[in-house]
Design a protein around this ligand. Structure first.
Ligand code: PMV
Length: 310
């Protein structure tokens, strides 16, 4: 029997902008998915992860395909060598927290332990990337990299189709955040397409947005590395304003972002696809984190307390 884990993630800077070759910064969060693998009479998958209602059912087919790709990448035939795989952990399976990548990384690590495959983290990451293909078709690789290595990642998509840039960046110490869930599910494909149309209609506005964002993200990298959290928060606010201009926020996200700031969050923005999904607030210290999370819950929304820079 062996156990493995994979971290969830949140995008701190650059959702949607990353599609156009601008840099994004994502961070692993301390919430993790764990996988336990043990020998069994027949192949079984037990999914005990906490999840947003409807998530597991909606993703079931993709999960089966993802696991098939993982076993294939590891050269394991589960019909010949049956195993029981149990997923658990404190990461709530929901859209926008990298749940699929966390699960793929956890399974890859557990298989590595159980079958003594001798994989290092680089190989675990390759296997987790294969697993991600079951969910996304053409994943960028940022989620599985965060899931396997933890820490923060500076990511630039290669628009020519070559390898993407992925630098691991470190914060001086882990910092508390709150993720607020609007409870609304949106389609990444549709929202990305809406931004593309907006940009076609108003290329001048988007040139300005891209230029402002470029400055924001470069300053953010430097502030994160130095642990200048007030600056990081201010830059998250600036990023949210640009995302609002790009029409990917919505009333519920703006409400939760506003509540978080009123309660003293250093900064807050939507995270991930937008038009629903999650927002992230930078809330250093347990007391501020509790205060912001409580205020979000009081508004009737679910809040997750976790940490970046793990
Ligand atoms: O909702 P998430 O966490 O899967 O993030 C989507 C990020 C986008 O930039 C909107 C799309 C993409 O492929 O980068």
């Amino acid at each position: 029997m062996a156990e493995g884990y994979g971290y969830g993630k949140t995008i701190l800077f650059g959702e949607h902008l990353v599609v156009y070759g601008l840099p994004a910064i994502a961070s692993a969060i301390s919430a993790r998915t764990t996988a336990t693998v043990k020998g069994a009479a027949k192949y079984t998958l037990v999914d005990n992860r906490p999840a947003t209602p409807g998530y597991k059912k909606g993703k079931y087919e993709e999960q089966v395909e993802s696991n098939r790709l993982i076993y294939k990448a590891c050269g394991i035939e589960v019909e010949k060598t049956p195993i029981e795989v149990t997923l658990a952990g404190d990461l709530t399976a929901a859209s926008g927290v990298g749940a699929s990548a966390a699960s793929a990384a956890a399974i890859a690590r557990a298989l590595n332990g159980h079958f003594r495959l001798g994989y290092d983290d680089a190989r675990i990451n390759e296997v987790a990337y294969e697993g991600e293909k079951g969910y996304h078709g053409k994943p960028s690789g940022i989620d599985n990299t965060a899931a396997v290595y933890g820490g923060l990642i500076w990511f630039v998509k290669n628009l020519q189709g070559g390898a993407n840039t992925m630098d691991l960046i470190r914060m001086p110490k882990p910092v508390e955040i709150v993720l607020g869930n609007t409870g609304l599910t949106s389609s990444t494909k549709e929202v990305v397409e809406a931004v593309r149309r907006n940009r076609e209609r108003d290329p001048k506005a988007y040139e300005r947005i891209f230029a402002q964002y470029q400055e924001t993200v470069v300053s953010a990298r430097s502030a994160i590395t130095k642990g200048e959290l007030k600056t990081v928060g201010r830059l998250m606010d600036a990023n949210h304003r640009l995302l609002e201009e790009m029409t990917v926020s919505c009333d519920e996200l703006d409400l939760l972002v506003g509540v978080a700031r009123e309660e003293g969050a250093y900064g807050a923005k939507l995270t991930g696809t937008g038009r629903g999904g999650l927002m992230v607030a930078l809330t250093p210290g347990k007391a501020l984190q509790d205060k912001v999370a409580d205020a979000i819950q009081t508004e009737g929304y679910v809040a997750y307390k976790t940490t970046i820079g793990v």
